[in-house]
Ligand binder design. Structure first.
Ligand code: ADP
Ligand code: MG
Length: 461
């Protein structure tokens, strides 16, 4: 959407940007978060877009503000910042001269590396919400967290560089921003710079082209704390690596702190020069590994509290069990569930999660096999695995066998005849009977119900 008084050229650019965003984020995310954006004005280098709710504003600012800004800059306009404000749709359409006076886009400029008005700083803005106090600590990230805290306390003995590595969406960027926020608050005189390796490369290449590498280097070397995120992006780029190496050595030699993140440990960064790889491992190398159920549970709980929504424990448990890939995806799932409930005015339940998250749930589903189910169930009821397929009809083996059939139906996409075949060549009607029997028992016997539920969770986790 566009407010009435916006220049047609700008309107066209906006349409192009929306097209790009749509192809980048996919239809679902686009519909939920970006389609509702209304362009209010583009003046004095600043674009102002509105969203209908505070919740959406927070979401858009934290997830898309940087990209929006980049896209505007890429459109060759003189736009260099994007503000996101809250305004209901009805307010927007009657607006003539839009001068919303809601403050800020929620972004904080980290350092004063801007060369002048209208020009972008080579460092990226920080998200003020990525802080230590909302970083949930568990076994998978405690070393990285402790090291980050230590580094943020610039005075103490520290590791230089601090190298954080781990898979996507596990909290590397969060920790880096938290370090920067902490330093900003505790040591306001210190200069902090945070930028992605991609940005580093981009600015370096541009400086080369403008024959202005000296000031590029000076800017970086004036920092007390330099953070480079996603270093894997400069693998294979020799000139950039060389430059990075020199800047890095310079800073460390001058006792400035450097923090680096990547998706792999230094020794696994193929395409990175050997001497750089070994140099990167001189300080402390801390990995963030896959999350545990408990950590995911606590994170969902915390985010729900921050969003001020009441989420039933069953739903938190469901999300933490089922969205295991990474925390970004888990957060996305929570946001979708909450947004959906708000929009349609319904309570949040496990059923509504199934409905709203079907695509995510499918992607996160491990391919469970009937054999695994049989094994787990046999272990649980302490019967022999061979009895899953045997002809014995004694209750002690028949009941567990029925449970295994039931779970096979629930947790795999196998048909009844296929399941029957895997259980010693039984008929599909036997499987159907088992499913009915277990359902009946579950509704009549609480202990049995809990047992089956626990088995299901074990199998799904
Ligand atoms: P990475 O940089 O490793 O890909 P991010 O730092 O961007 O991952 O984390 C993805 C999302 O998950 C962010 O919104 C972040 O705030 C959140 N997150 C990650 N780890 C934690 C944690 N331990 N506690 C709370 N939120 C977390
Ligand atoms: Mg990151």
């Amino acid at each position: 959407m566009v407010a009435k008084n916006v220049d047609p050229v700008i309107t066209q650019k906006w349409a192009r940007i929306r097209g790009i965003l749509r192809s980048e984020v996919g239809d679902a995310a686009y519909r939920s978060w970006l389609k509702p954006l209304t362009l209010l004005s583009a003046k004095n280098g600043t674009v102002i877009v509105s969203v209908p709710t505070q919740f959406m504003r927070d979401w858009v600012v934290s997830h898309y503000a940087d990209r929006l800004r980049e896209l505007w800059v890429g459109q060759g306009s003189d736009i260099h910042s994007v503000d996101v404000v809250v305004q209901s749709v009805s307010q927007v359409t009657v607006v003539r001269q839009v001068v919303p006076n809601q403050p800020s886009s929620g972004q904080v400029q980290v350092s004063d590396l801007t060369k002048g008005p209208g020009q972008l700083s080579i460092c990226s803005p920080l998200d003020p919400r990525l802080r230590f106090d909302n970083f949930v600590v568990g076994p998978s990230n405690e070393l990285a967290y402790a090291a980050a805290r230590r580094v943020a306390d610039l005075e103490a003995a520290r590791f230089n560089p601090l190298f954080l590595y781990g898979g996507v969406g596990l909290g590397k960027t969060h920790l880096m921003h938290a370090i920067a926020m902490h330093v900003r608050e505790s040591f306001p005189e210190k200069k902090v710079g945070y930028l992605s390796a991609e940005k580093f490369m981009y600015h370096f290449v541009r400086a080369l082209r403008m024959k202005d590498t000296v000031s590029f280097k000076e800017q970086l070397r004036s920092l007390d704390l330099l953070m480079i995120d996603d270093l894997q992006f400069i693998t294979g780029k020799e000139a950039t690596q060389e430059e990075f190496f020199h800047t890095f050595n310079d800073l460390v030699d001058n006792n400035r702190q450097v923090v680096i993140s990547a998706d792999k440990s230094p020794s696994d960064l193929y395409g990175m020069e050997e001497r750089l790889r070994s140099r990167l491992g001189w300080g402390l190398v801390a990995d963030i590994s896959a999350t545990s159920f408990d950590l995911r549970y606590q994170i969902v709980e915390l985010k729900a509290r921050k969003m001020k929504v009441e989420i039933p424990p069953k739903v938190i448990e469901f999300l933490s069990h089922r969205i295991t890939s990474n925390i970004r995806e888990l957060e996305g799932a929570l946001n979708r569930v909450v947004a959906h409930a708000t929009l349609v005015g319904r309570d949040i339940s496990v059923e509504s999660c199934h409905e709203v998250l079907s695509d995510l749930l499918r992607a996160n589903t491990k391919k469970l096999t009937i054999e695994e189910i049989q094994k787990r169930v046999a272990q649980h009821f302490e019967i022999r695995l061979t009895d899953m397929c045997s002809a014995r009809r004694a209750r002690v083996v028949a009941r567990p066998r029925q449970v295994a059939m039931y779970l096979s139906k629930q947790l795999t996409t196998r048909s009844l005849p296929e399941i029957g075949r895997k259980f010693g060549g039984r008929d599909h009607t036997t499987v159907m009977h088992a499913v009915k029997k277990v359902e009946e028992l579950r509704s009549n016997d609480v202990r049995f119900d809990e047992d089956v539920d626990m088995l299901r969770r074990l199998l799904e986790s």
